[in-house]
Write a protein that binds this ligand. Structure first.
Ligand SMILES: Cc1cc2nc3c(=O)[nH]c(=O)nc-3n(C[C@H](O)[C@H](O)[C@H](O)COP(=O)(O)OP(=O)(O)OC[C@H]3O[C@@H](n4cnc5c(N)ncnc54)[C@H](O)[C@@H]3O)c2cc1C
Length: 452
C-alpha cells in the first residue's frame, strides 16, 4: 500500500493524495441510501496526463478507480463499492473555450453546473446551458455520464444529447477524442463520424471523461413560470401533449406531493417561459393560458395559479427533511408520458405503504418524447428503520418503472441488475465485449453496471 501511495504522490503531489481515515470517510458515502464503502486512496488530479498516469498505475496494481464529480447522483454510483482510488476530478475545473457564434462551451471534467452558469451570466448573457435541478456543485461531466436532464430538456432532450465532443482517458491509459475535435481543433460537432458511443450513460465504468464540448442555447432576457393545477391525473398526458404542441415552453414539469396537506392529490404543472420582450412573453402566455389551457379552466377541470418572473428548477430536495434528518433519494425513470396517471397512483401507494409522504414529479423530455418520472423517498439517516423503508420503496419503484414499460435512469445496483436481467441477450453480449475490450482488468468503478 505504501508504494502505491508513494507513486500517487509522485503523480499529483502530496497535497492531493489522502489515506487519512477521516478524509477517506468523506468519500465513502453519498447522500442516498447506499451503504458506505471506504476507498483506500483519495486522489485529486489536475491534468489529463495525471489521470493517465493514475490509471496506468491502477492497471499495474489491479486496483479500482472510481471517478467522482460532485458526488450528487444519489444512487451510490460514485461510492467506491470495491475500495481502491476515489478519483476526485473537481480540480480539473477550467472552462477552456466558449464559442459564441457556434454556441458551445468546452470544459474540463471538474467544471460544475453552477460555475458554467455564472461564467455565462458574466461573459455571455445571451447563452445558457441546460442546467439540471441538482445542487450547483454537480459537474457537467458527471451529469452526462449518467444521461442527466436540465432546464432545456423539453425542447432539446437529455443533456447527453447536447454533447459535441469528448476527450476520454481509457481504462488502459490512452487518451481518445470523439467528434470533430478528433480531426481538428474545432469542438463543434459529434457527427458525421462513425458512432463510438461508449461513455455516456456508463457511469464511469468505461473511461474517464476529461473534457466535454457542450451545446449552448439562446438565453432570453425575461424568464418566468406559470403554474396550472388539475385534480384529475388522467388529464395530465393530454394537457402535456397540448402544451408541448405550442412549442412555446422551455421546461414543463408536472408534480404532486403530500405536503402541504391542502395540495395533496392535486397535480401542478410548472411551465417555464422565456422571451426577449414583454410582447413575446404576453404572446406566449396568451397561447398557453387562453388558447391551450382555457378549455380546462372553463370546464372547471383546472385552474391557473399565476405567472411569476425568474427561473424555477424542479426542487425534489424540498422534500428532503420530511423525516427530519435531511435524507432523500429518488428513483428517476424514463417513461412514456401517457404513464403519468399510473406512475402517480402506484408511486403514491408505495409511499403510503412505507409511511413516507409521497412526492412524484414528471419532467418532460424532448417535446413529450419521454418523461423523467421521479418517486422520491425521504428518510432520516440517524434512524435505520426509515432508511430500510426508503430502500424498500426505492426497489419497488425500480420494479414499477420496468413493469410500466419504462427504463430506470441512473439506477443503483439493484436497478442495474433488473435492467441487465431484462436486456436483449445479444445487446448484453455486446456490452460485455465492449467492457472487456476497454477495461480488461475490470478496474473502472467495479460493482457498478457489472455486465460480466
Ligand atoms: C436535489 C437534487 C436534484 C437533482 N436534480 C437533477 C436534475 O434535475 N437533473 C439531473 O440530471 N440530475 C439531477 N440530480 C442528480 C445528480 O445530482 C445530477 O445528475 C448531477 O449532475 C450528477 O453530477 P455529479 O458531478 O454529482 O456526478 P457524480 O455523482 O460525481 O457521478 C455520477 C456518475 O458518473 C461518474 N463520473 C463522474 N465524473 C465522471 C467523469 N469525468 N468521467 C466518467 N465518469 C464520471 C461517477 O463515477 C458516477 O458513476 C439531482 C440530485 C439532487 C441531489
Amino acid at each position: 500500500m505504501n508504494s502505491i501511495y508513494e507513486s500517487l504522490v509522485e503523480i499529483v503531489g502530496k497535497e492531493y493524495v489522502s489515506i487519512e481515515p477521516e478524509e477517506l470517510y468523506i468519500y465513502s458515502y453519498d447522500l442516498g441510501t447506499t451503504e458506505p464503502h471506504r476507498p483506500d486512496y483519495a486522489v485529486a488530479p489536475r491534468t489529463t496526463e495525471e489521470v493517465q498516469e493514475i490509471v496506468k498505475l491502477a492497471n499495474k496494481e489491479k486496483i479500482p478507480v472510481v471517478p467522482l464529480g460532485g458526488g450528487l447522483s444519489l444512487a451510490g454510483l460514485a461510492v467506491p463499492l470495491r475500495g481502491g482510488i476515489a478519483l476526485d476530478l473537481k480540480r480539473m475545473d477550467t472552462i477552456l473555450e466558449v464559442n459564441e457564434k457556434a454556441r458551445y462551451a468546452v470544459v474540463e471534467c471538474g467544471v460544475s453546473q453552477g460555475q458554467l452558469t455564472s461564467y455565462l451570466d458574466r461573459h455571455y448573457p445571451n447563452l445558457m446551458h441546460s442546467e439540471p435541478g441538482a445542487p450547483p456543485q454537480a459537474t457537467i461531466a458527471g451529469n452526462i455520464a449518467i444521461h442527466g436532464q436540465g432546464d432545456l430538456a423539453q425542447p432539446y432532450g437529455f443533456n447527453s444529447d447536447m454533447v459535441n465532443g469528448l476527450e476520454v482517458v481509457l481504462p488502459t491509459g490512452e487518451v481518445c477524442k470523439f467528434g470533430s475535435c478528433s480531426i481538428s481543433a474545432e469542438w463543434f460537432t459529434q457527427h458525421p463520424l462513425p458512432d463510438l458511443g461508449l461513455f455516456l450513460g456508463w457511469s464511469g465504468t468505461t473511461g474517464i471523461i476529461t473534457k466535454v464540448s457542450l451545446r449552448l442555447f439562446p438565453r432570453k432576457k425575461i424568464l418566468g413560470r406559470g403554474q396550472f393545477v388539475v385534480e384529475d391525473e388522467e388529464l395530465i398526458p393530454e394537457i402535456i401533449y397540448k402544451i408541448t404542441h405550442t412549442e412555446m415552453a422551455q421546461d414543463v414539469v408536472a408534480f404532486s406531493q403530500a405536503i402541504p396537506p391542502f395540495s395533496s392529490g392535486l397535480h401542478h404543472i410548472t411551465i417555464n417561459l422565456n422571451g426577449d420582450s414583454e410582447e413575446e412573453i404576453e404572446f406566449k402566455q396568451k397561447l398557453l393560458w387562453d388558447d391551450t389551457l382555457g378549455e380546462y379552466i372553463r370546464n372547471g377541470d383546472g385552474a391557473f395559479l399565476g405567472f411569476s418572473r425568474g427561473l424555477e428548477r424542479p426542487q425534489v430536495s424540498k422534500t428532503s427533511d420530511w423525516r427530519k434528518g435531511g435524507g432523500f433519494e429518488y428513483v428517476g425513470a424514463i417513461m412514456p408520458v401517457e404513464t403519468y396517471p399510473e406512475c402517480y397512483r402506484r408511486g403514491r401507494e408505495i409511499s403510503e405503504r412505507h409511511d413516507i409522504p409521497y412526492t412524484v414529479l414528471g419532467r418532460i423530455i424532448g417535446r413529450s418524447h419521454a418523461m423523467m418520472f421521479s418517486w422520491t423517498y425521504a428518510f432520516n439517516r440517524a434512524d435505520p428503520e426509515t432508511m430500510r423503508q426508503a430502500r424498500e420503496a426505492l426497489h419497488e419503484s425500480d420494479d414499477l418503472a420496468l413493469e410500466l414499460g419504462g427504463t430506470i435512469w441512473k439506477p443503483g445496483v439493484y436497478g442495474q441488475k433488473l435492467v441487465i436481467k431484462r436486456m436483449d441477450p445479444d445487446t448484453l453480449k455486446l456490452m460485455k465485449k465492449i467492457k472487456a475490450l476497454l477495461d480488461p482488468n475490470g478496474i473502472m468503478n467495479p460493482g457498478t453496471w457489472e455486465v460480466s
